[in-house]
Design a protein around this ligand. Sequence first.
Ligand SMILES: *[C@@H]1O[C@H](CO)[C@@H](O)[C@H](O)[C@H]1NC(C)=O
Ligand SMILES: *[C@@H]1O[C@H](CO)[C@@H](O)[C@H](O)[C@H]1NC(C)=O
Ligand SMILES: *[C@@H]1O[C@H](CO)[C@@H](O)[C@H](O)[C@H]1NC(C)=O
Ligand SMILES: *[C@@H]1O[C@H](CO)[C@@H](O)[C@H](O)[C@H]1NC(C)=O
Ligand SMILES: *[C@@H]1O[C@H](CO)[C@@H](O)[C@H](O)[C@H]1NC(C)=O
Length: 576
Amino acid sequence: MKMLFKYLHSLLILVFIIFTFVSHSFGSTNFITRDLSLNRSNVPKNILVASFFGGTHLPPVLEICKILKARGYNITVVAQGNYTAQSFSYSSFPQVIIDNKDFITPDLVIEERINNLKFNRLGLFRYLKKLSISSYVPVYNTYKKVAEEIKPDLFFCDHFVNNPCYDLAWKLGKPVVGTTVALSLLSISPYKTDPLLGCPINMENENFYSRFKCKILSPLQSIWIVLTTVRDLNIQRAKVGVEPHWDPKGRISNILMLFDTFFGFEVPSAESPLYQEIGPILPDTYPGLTPSLDSFLNDHPRTLYFAIGTVVLLSPQSTSILLKSFLELIDLDIIDGVIWATTRMNTSELLSLNNSDIPISQILNNNHPHIHITKHAPQFAILSHKNTKIFLNHGGASSCHESIYNAKPMLILPSCCDQFGNAEKLELAGMALKISKDDLNVNDIISKIKRLLNDESFKLNAERLQFSSKLNSKRKYRGADLIEIILNNAMYDGVKDENGKFKINNENFLKDWITPDIKMGFIKGNYLDVYFVAIILFLILFCVFTFTSFNLTKYFCILYINGNINFKNYLKFKKE
Ligand SMILES: *[C@@H]1O[C@H](CO)[C@@H](O)[C@H](O)[C@H]1NC(C)=O
Ligand SMILES: *[C@@H]1O[C@H](CO)[C@@H](O)[C@H](O)[C@H]1NC(C)=O
Ligand SMILES: *[C@@H]1O[C@H](CO)[C@@H](O)[C@H](O)[C@H]1NC(C)=O
Ligand SMILES: *[C@@H]1O[C@H](CO)[C@@H](O)[C@H](O)[C@H]1NC(C)=O
Ligand SMILES: *[C@@H]1O[C@H](CO)[C@@H](O)[C@H](O)[C@H]1NC(C)=O
């Protein structure tokens, strides 16, 4: 008995040891961590950032560059205006300033002002045409000079009026990436157009006539301007030895375009892999509230923030209509505060309007208890304050993104460019209403602001978009990643030039992204040949079938009629 017990005991210990051993060897399977490190020591690193417009077009581009700089890339900016040196966040980027006194002539300045005060679609095209043609050679030469100096491995082009950037990159055989907010202007989806082209941003609910007009007639209206622009541009190109190019969009087919936009805001569409959405691109830090703004906001729990961007001009008449509406809204106790960022507004023009209803000088001297005026406002900080309830602005992309990020419903007064489209997108998204410069009136403004504040749906839609914009705002890292992938690919696909730099052919460099249909040509790429043959076969089969069934029917009819006749004859015969 004792022996048995001992035996069982040893057995138990043995089982325990085996179990421990087995469980140990299975349970603690060796894990390794995925190695995410990249050896970038050989990757080409010089990036030339070129923005014709400069100013408000630079922050999204420079946000991506900040990420690249932290990864060891070398950035040089070329743009109009003394931007980076005077900015707080981007002063570490060296900038070459485009000397614009040759091409921004006084009559162009006046033309821009007229266009901005009263928007005229074809007028804007004519203005852009003049600007792009008169600036082409000087801007091209500026880029070229910088490129000879820094020997860039990649060009990063802000798309607006910037043909020289793409052309130079193609000519030098350097990879090039474009960026813009205006996906709706470049999209190939037929239902996506733009108010700039005289059509709604989304054709989903339009009737046949409207769709016909937008696809066929509207483009015809501006075809002359478009064709002459391309023709004149090719004359400028010839002056600096660049091959002509007939695509009005510029040399952007087969290159990567990064779009500072996101689903929810943008009308949905399936785009080529070369078109990548990486927006909303927003900085990580913003200037905070000044003490006076902070105390104003804390004292006014229902504040409207009014800021018309740096580019837009508002006539004194329009401004006074807006001011009158604000005063009535304050009287009605719908809002109790207004922060007005005057930026580029000429307030002395406003004073000359003798409007007895509005205490203009009191407001301009910041003596009105409910209206706070400031020249430069920390916009993001104002929008993020809980007492800011509504944002009246011009619908510029970055203002829209900032308002969405802070879930603030908007009243939009678009006046140029992509602003009309942005206003329509946000109206469709249910977080904004728009008013028109041509038809500004106090009652309309008051009723729309009332709706924006009282109808819960505007706030809810704004919060829905806020969530997605917060998550999508991480995609600026994706933008930087894509640029890195291109630089790395250049190392494998390029041939070394005399400087030891890689030269590529932009026509087929991005073979991983260019869809095969482009290379297959229009007919094969759209499978038109296959559909054509299928339709012919179907028609032949249909004809054969119809012919045969017709003949068969005829045959049976004859049989039947003959049969009937025989039958009738038979009956007749029987009766007799
Ligand atoms: C990175 O690659 C370079 C060149 O191939 C090599 O000399 C260097 O040792 C590598 N660095 C690391 C950390 O692997
Ligand atoms: C970075 O670019 C500057 C010119 O903008 C140049 O002087 C410098 O040598 C470059 N650095 C590297 C590491 O290429
Ligand atoms: C640009 O701004 C910086 C900082 O304000 C200034 O030091 C510099 O002289 C300016 N450059 C030009 C060309 O105006
Ligand atoms: C503002 O308007 C006044 C009156 O029209 C004009 O005299 C002044 O030059 C303008 N100022 C600017 C900076 O445009
Ligand atoms: C505005 O009113 C002042 C006095 O009230 C008058 O002197 C001036 O001429 C008026 N200006 C205009 C443009 O009507």
